[in-house]
Design a protein around this ligand. Structure first.
Ligand code: DGJ
Length: 424
């Protein structure tokens, strides 16, 4: 969302309630890798046939054996035949199952008077939903895992409030599933981070409350000038009460350290903030990144030891060109690489806005860019745009639009199974 002149309303404490792949064109969207009459079967080597035989014989299906096609922008139905309702979402893989969490958007879209100047339409908050899948295509609805609360419109999870971009991570030490989300007032002035926990991935999640992150703490890279209060210095303005947190994401590194990336300082600057070992609070160490670049919709992932960021500009529900960046550490320095999207409609991220990058197990493409095609005047009819994320020879993320595409098993997995290692 685009915000510039909003009043500070938050406080810092918990709230009351608590080497590049071969071109995909050759492999996706033009044939069904496991379907009938599929030309890919011809000339298949013994390890491939062994793998396919094993996959069809045992247990639940996996991402690698999906026979389904992804059709970006089309209504995507769950296993009951209802449109999937999980917007601004993220996907967690846990014990071989994918969990897709997102904003439930139902009912009438309306434009609060306070948001008329910037087109901030909304629907009443109806919960965070969860779907499960083993092949990333067929999703079973698990229901609302974080429910709205009735009776007190001042509470974070009241229907009149904003709850956006939920992301869930698993804490290996506490064995808790931890959800962070953007909590806001209807006019997006509160700009807070909310946290909920569950002992099981499909919930229900217990809401712990919301706060402005990093109250009373300067970012590690704050200059002397940054610390001087000034009318336009939102970092210093919010020092005592905590920093604004709107669009956000979570990233867990291989060492188990988790980071919260959030649009702050009225949105022009993003922060990356370390979480406590239980993932429930900021650990008190953070940095300003993409200073003055006005980024939102952050998605962070790691590939071959490098950290990647994909975000959008700030134009409310209207799409804009995505941006990507690379770094050797979550702390940066982040080097911007421009728009990862190429081809027609790349300047609008194919009429969508990113929300997550999913690393896929045992399939190609290894990464999927997940985005929302927002319908500003009927938010419940917003669609999903899932696209393969590739890399150029120079290591830049590349996203091309596909009318339809499918996952393929990796050659690495096929060889591992053929050699009797059983994959990972
Ligand atoms: C853009 C953000 O990315 C969305 O999550 C939402 O906050 C809209 N702005 C609201 O206009």
């Amino acid at each position: 969302m685009k915000r510039s002149k909003l009043k500070l309303m938050g406080c810092s404490s918990w709230s009351a309630d608590g080497s590049p792949a071969p071109p995909l064109e050759e492999r996706v969207g033009e044939r069904r890798p496991f379907g009938r009459g599929n030309q890919a079967w011809r000339g298949a080597s013994l390890p491939w046939l062994l793998l396919l035989g094993l996959l069809s014989s045992f247990g639940p299906s996996t991402a690698a054996e999906s026979t389904r096609e992804f059709v970006p922008g089309e209504i995507w139905r769950d296993t009951d035949g209802n449109p999937i309702n999980a917007h601004g979402g993220g996907v967690l893989r846990h014990e071989g199952v994918y969990y897709w969490y997102g904003e439930s958007k139902t009912g009438r879209t309306y434009l609060p008077d306070a948001n008329k100047s910037w087109g901030g339409t909304r629907v009443d908050f109806s919960g965070v939903s969860c779907y499960t899948s083993t092949n990333l295509h067929d999703w079973k609805r698990e229901g609302i895992v974080l429910a709205p609360v009735a009776g007190d419109e001042s509470r974070d999870l009241a229907a009149s409030q904003v709850v956006e971009r939920p992301k869930v991570i698993f804490n290996r030490t506490t064995k808790q599933f931890v959800m962070w989300m953007h909590i806001d007032s209807a006019n997006y002035a509160a700009a807070r981070a909310g946290v909920a926990v569950s002992a099981a991935p499909a919930g229900p999640f217990k809401y712990l409350g919301s706060f402005r992150p990093n109250a009373g703490v300067w970012p590690e890279n704050a200059s002397a000038e940054d610390r001087v209060p000034a009318r336009t210095n939102h970092l210093a303005r919010d020092f005592e009460a905590g920093q604004m947190a709107r669009d956000s994401t979570l990233f867990v590194d291989d060492d188990g350290q988790a980071y919260h990336f959030y649009s702050s300082e009225e949105n022009p600057t993003m922060h990356v903030s370390l979480l406590t070992p239980d993932y429930l609070r900021p650990a008190g160490k953070y940095r300003r990144i993409f200073i003055g670049r006005s980024m939102e919709a952050p998605a962070v992932f790691k590939r071959q030891g490098k950290y990647y960021f994909i975000g959008s500009g700030c134009t409310a529900w209207a799409p804009n060109p995505a941006r990507c960046a690379v770094a050797d550490s979550p702390w940066g320095p982040w080097r911007e690489l421009g728009n990862p999207c190429v081809g027609e409609e790349a300047d609008t991220t194919f009429r969508s806005q990113g929300t997550f990058v999913l690393e896929v197990a045992e399939a190609e493409p290894a990464f999927i860019f997940i985005a929302d095609r927002w319908n500003q005047w009927d938010l419940a009819d917003s669609r999903y745009v899932w696209l393969p994320l590739e890399f150029s020879a120079e290591g830049k993320p590349v996203i091309r639009h596909r009318e339809r595409w499918s996952l393929m098993p990796t050659r690495r997995t096929a060889q591992a199974v053929g050699a009797g290692q059983g994959g990972r």
